[in-house]
Each structure stands twice: as C-alpha cells, then as structure tokens.
Design a protein around this ligand. Sequence first.
Ligand code: TXA
Ligand code: MG
Length: 361
Amino acid sequence: TYSELKIDDPETKLNLEKAAKILTTTSEVVGFPTETVYGLGAPSKSSDSVRSIYKAKNRPLDNPLITHISSLDQLYRKVLSNGASIPKQYESLIEKFWPGPLTILLPVPETPNGTESTISKLVTANQPTFAVRMPSHPVARALIAISDTPLAAPSANASTRPSPTQASHVLHDLKGKIPLILDGGSCDVGLESTVVDGLCDPPMLLRPGGVSLEDLKTYGGEFWSRVVVAKRTAGKLEPVRTPGMKYRHYSPIAKVYLFLQCGDGVEKLNQFIVQNELKGKRIALLRSKHFKSASEISASITVDRELGTTGDNIQRHLFAMLREVDELGVDVIFVEGVDNDHEGLAIMNRLQKAAYQTVRG
Ligand code: TXA
Ligand code: MG
C-alpha cells in the first residue's frame, strides 16, 4: 500500500501509528520523509529489521547507516544508555544545526556483559563509530518519537540511483519491497545531510551536504574552523569512510556528462556533440547560471530544464530532475557544473558521482 500523509490532516496520526506499528512489531521497513531526502527506516537495535533495509535497497553490507533520533533525550535513553556522553567538540554544532541536515559520528557504546547492544552491528558495518542525526522534518520526528526507537535509515532509493526527494521516487524504486511510504511532499533541502567526524583532530568532513563547509567553520568554533575535507576515493579493501567513496552513486540510466567552465555552452557543447557522434541521440540539458537555452545551443538537444541559479534551488531540484529526464528516456544528460563553494560543494560532489565523464572548457 502507498499512503498519502499530510501533516495536519486527520489521517496523519493514523498513518504514523500504522508505520510505527510495522516498525515495532515486524522486521519490515517504512519509507518516510526527512528535510533532506526520503529515508528507509528500521529500528537501529534490531538486526533483523536492519537486514531488511539492505535487502530492499540492494545495498552492500559494508556501507554503514545513519541512526535518526527525535530528541537528545531519546539518544541518551535508547542509545547511550550505559552513561556515555556526547563529546564536547560537538556541542556547538548540535546547538546550531540540530534538528537539521547534520550527521555526527559517535563511539559505539560499550555493552556490559549480558546486555544487548543498542545499535546493531549491521548499522555500523562493524566500525567502532556510529553516525547519528536529528532530522527536522515533522513527519520524521513524529514517526521516531511515536515508535520510541532510534531509526537507522539510508536514503530510500534503490542502491546507486539518485536519492528520492518525493514519495513517488521511493515508490518507483521500491514498489513491492516495502509495505508503506509516508508521503510528506517534496523534501526541502533536496540532498543528503553533511557527515562529519569530530572524533579525530583535525576533524573531517566525510560527506558534504545540507550544512555547508563555510557554516561548519563559522558556527563550530575553533575546533571546526580546522575541518578537513575527506578525499573522495577509497580503495577496494579500505573500509567505507564516506558514501560513494567506493560505490557508484546517484546514477541515472542515461549517461551524465558534467560540463565545467564552458561559458555559455554553445561552442563546447556543439563541439562535444560532433566529436562524440551524439547527433540523433536523445539529449537532455540541465542548466544553471551561464548556459544558453537548449534551442540556442543545438537542435540536437530536445529536453531543456533549468536547475536554478541559486545554490539552494539547484540543491532542491537536482535529484528530482535527474530522475525526471531519465524517465523521459533520454540517452544522455548534459549538466552544467556550478562553483564549488557553499551549496556548490555538495552539489558538485553528487554530480561528480553521477557523471560518466567530466568535460572541461
Ligand atoms: O540526509 C541523510 O543523511 C539521509 C536521510 C534519510 O537522513 N540519509 C542518508 O543515508 O543519506 P545514506 O545511507 O544514504 O548515507 C549515509 C552515509 C553512509 O553511506 C556512510 O558512508 C556514512 O553515512 N556513515 C554512516 N555511518 C558511518 C560511520 N560510522 N563512519 C563513517 N561514515 C558513516
Ligand atoms: Mg544514499
């Protein structure tokens, strides 16, 4: 079943309770909206449930999951129940960015003899740390609070596909594999949370996302002003430190070509179409600030979409547009790159992972 949920309507509570019941009484998983992208949730402490996440997504088992909490109180009660505290280097970030699109790493709490672990090893992929965030979306918060259990949740796409920013995207990828999707409309941020590791010094930005590098440095105090951006590739045998380091990610079916510093696009795109014998192929153009419209560039480009000109707009629409033009059955997608600062860092990170090839002007 696929249920529509609007936060103020009378069905809301019923649907939330239905979802909470699935989560707490079965090992099935539920799709739900967050402010970043849709998540596929299951109680973090239940290995059986978490296994269902990997199965539904067809996700490699060595790529760890983020645990979602509805309050700090819940984090202390349900995860850090052995009395561990949150390291103080995170205080400024938590104060400023929670609830919101920031994920932090914490040490996995030790389990005294005979007690059950509060986080399944399947969530952490056996690493000594776990990732946690407090989402700001009211449906996510309500679901986690009503279930009264922290939820492990990756993005609710099939593995390697662009993350879902609408309930219909989840349905498209996971139909028949999950019993329920809570529909909270389009996600506001549009790409995933920023993942940081403050357990090392200097601290690391593992995945750029909804909170910018500049904001981490501005609001995090002296410690976070020294944050280092993690390198992008991990070898086959290294543990996965950040998503997409070793896996193909965010990929539409059509080949994506990412164009950097190509001015208004006219000269470079025409040259590229000829050199790569793309005349007669179905080409989509996703453009931002500088590219001319498709009709002004080449008659070979038949689908023309504006990603937007500001970072938050591009961020919000990027995954939805990649999916949309893919659905139209184009052969290739040309995307105009953006500057690497502010929202641009996360946008370019996702585009580079989606891209079959990067073309420079
Ligand atoms: O915005 C988001 O973060 C969304 C929504 C649903 O909250 N979730 C999300 O989850 O993007 P996912 O699984 O697609 O990406 C989580 C990434 C993992 O790929 C992993 O590399 C990183 O977070 N991660 C999780 N646990 C980690 C750990 N212990 N150490 C390092 N990285 C970790
Ligand atoms: Mg993902």
